[in-house]
Design a protein around this ligand. Structure first.
Ligand SMILES: Nc1nc2c(ncn2[C@@H]2O[C@H](COP(=O)(O)OP(=O)(O)OP(=O)(O)O)[C@@H](O)[C@H]2O)c(=O)[nH]1
Length: 526
């Protein structure tokens, strides 16, 4: 551990640590490429291991087994972690780091997706003797799929190729091509020897031809906040706070962007705007807040805001959509079943979702395949339709409002991680009319449907199932009438169909709730 410098009190030391910025990174490599050795070397050379941990892995001849060091640390961390990713923390004078270390070679994709979902950077290990293998391509592909902005290709075991510049340059060129092919914006190749310590923390004397940064130097200086600060302001509302009559605040974690008192915001889905009056935190009011801080906003006017709403920059709003294209990384044993309804958790909301498989991606060749099922560790392009609209962005614009997880409603376990690729322009399965009347038995169902319709710009006339005369007259004046019926009221619709000349057109035939459009059949009109 780095020694606490004499002149600092413990409080000062902790405050200094907190003030340092944080880089999250993940590591990927094939078996025996040297991932454990590299992490051990990185922690040891940057003085982030305790002496007793070092003593335990020092061999009789005095050399340290770095892989064993990592495995020891890994075993300590693995207890109680359900998914197979160990998060390891270390710090240098310039930055704090969290490594999402993904051991286990079987469930690589799933683990990598879990570990990498919040990563700023991925280290892909390559054995200098073997070159770029199918697995290296796969790791780089997953990094690009997950939108990790920075990739280090650590060309390891340079000691076994005599620290050859030619070997490295050839690999560097192939890696640059791979980066172009996968649209990875920043890929840096670094020649290292994890075992000997070359270019990991200290520059290598055996590779004087290399004039780039060492691995740690690059980790310490690569930009981290570009996404969260440059992106449009987004804050999903977690709670509405109303401790007394005079205070009403909206609490949540800022997903992206910055906010200041006086900024104009918009609340979605209602679309209403207001200005930020104050930004309240435990430590007092702020003049500026940014992702990923948790804050409470107060506004200059009363707006009806509830949990699950999204506060955005007034002019840069998210899309309200219930139909979109996404990439999925499948994470559970049972393959995707398109006939089932899954739960979809997106920021602070959970809704029901239907998933249609477009094609799977062969992760080794990157080919698209329309045969076969989407199984554990598989990646696919899918179309998703949700029961209520999400307030979402494309993943490339926002990694938080652009991502979601699918939950298996039977087991409550995570079925898949998803990234929104595009929000469909045809997210308009309802007939576009100026007004829509909704007939429903329950207020709870009503609220969900109202939101969905409002988000699509419909005007809503509310009526009850029993108010037949009301919706019949609405039909007569040409208003689209939607009926949201459940299993008890559903049969009533079937009865309608034959007896009254009103056509019933189910919109979501598979859903638990029957959503149908009513119109007079042509027979009746004629
Ligand atoms: N010569 C040489 N050997 C290395 C280097 N890095 C790792 N090794 C050796 O390669 C073997 C595999 O290393 P590990 O660190 O266990 O590799 P790994 O299988 O990727 O690690 P995990 O999958 O994380 O367990 C070990 O025998 C290491 O000593 C290197 O830079 N040079």
């Amino acid at each position: 551990m780095p020694a606490i410098e004499e002149e600092l009190t413990i409080e000062e030391f902790l405050a200094a640590e907190q003030a340092k910025d944080l880089l999250r990174f993940t590591t990927a490599g094939s078996v025996d490429d040297g991932k454990s050795t590299l992490i051990g070397r990185l922690l040891y050379d940057s003085r982030n291991v305790y002496e007793d941990q070092v003593r335990a892995v020092t061999q009789t001849q005095g050399s340290i087994d770095f892989a064993l060091l990592t495995d020891g640390l890994r075993a300590e961390r693995e207890q109680g972690i359900t998914i197979d990713v160990a998060y390891r923390y270390f710090t240098t004078p310039r930055r704090r780091f969290i490594i999402a270390d993904t051991p286990g070679h079987e469930q690589y994709t799933r683990n990598m997706a879990t570990g990498a979902s919040t990563a700023d950077l991925a280290i892909v290990l390559i054995d200098a003797r073997k070159g770029i293998l199918t697995q290296s391509r796969r790791h780089a592909f997953i990094a690009s799929l997950l939108g990790i902005p920075h990739v280090i290709a650590a060309v390891n075991k340079m000691d076994l190729v005599d620290y050859s510049q030619e070997v490295f340059l050839a690999l560097q060129q192939q890696l640059a091509e791979l980066a172009r092919e996968l649209a990875i914006p920043d890929l840096l190749a670094i020649p290292i020897s994890a075992l000997e310590g070359d270019n990991v923390v200290s520059p290598s004397e055996r590779m004087p031809w290399y004039d780039g940064p060492t691995l740690l130097e690059h980790l310490e200086t690569v930009p981290t906040k570009e996404f969260t600060l440059d992106a449009a302001f987004r804050m999903p509302v977690q709670r509405v706070l109303r401790p007394h009559q005079d205070f009403r605040g909206f609490a949540g974690q800022i997903a992206s962007g910055v906010i200041r008192p006086g900024d104009e915001i918009r609340v979605q889905p209602s679309g209403r705007t207001a200005r930020v009056k104050s930004i309240v935190t435990f430590d007092g009011e702020l003049e500026l807040a940014h992702a990923p801080q948790s804050v409470t906003l107060t506004l200059d006017r009363e707006l009806d805001i509830s949990r699950g709403d999204l506060i955005t920059a007034a002019q840069q709003t998210a899309e309200a959509a219930s139909l979109f294209e996404a990439s999925l990384v499948w994470m559970q044993n049972e393959p995707l079943d398109p006939a089932r309804t899954y739960l979809l958790k997106h920021t602070t909301r959970t809704v029901k979702a239907q998933v249609r498989l477009r094609h799977r991606i062969d992760i080794n060749t990157l080919d698209e395949r329309t045969d076969g099922a989407l199984e554990m560790n598989g990646i696919a392009s899918v179309e998703i339709e949700t029961s209520q609209p999400l307030l979402a962005d494309a993943y490339r614009d926002n990694r938080i409002t652009g991502s979601f997880i699918l939950i298996d409603p039977e087991t409550n376990s995570t079925a898949a991680a998803g990234m929104i690729r595009s929000i469909s322009a045809q997210a308009e399965p309802l007939k576009s009319r100026e007004a829509v009347a909704v007939v429903t038995a329950s207020a709870a169902q009503m609220r969900g449907l109202e939101e969905a319709l409002a988000a699509r710009g419909h005007i809503i006339v509310t009526t009850r199932v029993t108010d037949r005369s009301v919706w019949r007259s609405l039909l007569q004046i040409g208003v689209t009438v939607l009926v949201l019926a459940d299993r008890t009221t559903g049969p009533m619709l079937a009865h309608l169909d034959g007896a009254t000349g009103i056509a019933v057109e189910p919109l979501l035939p598979e859903a638990d709730l029957l959503l149908a459009v009513l119109s007079y059949s042509s027979k009746e009109r004629a």
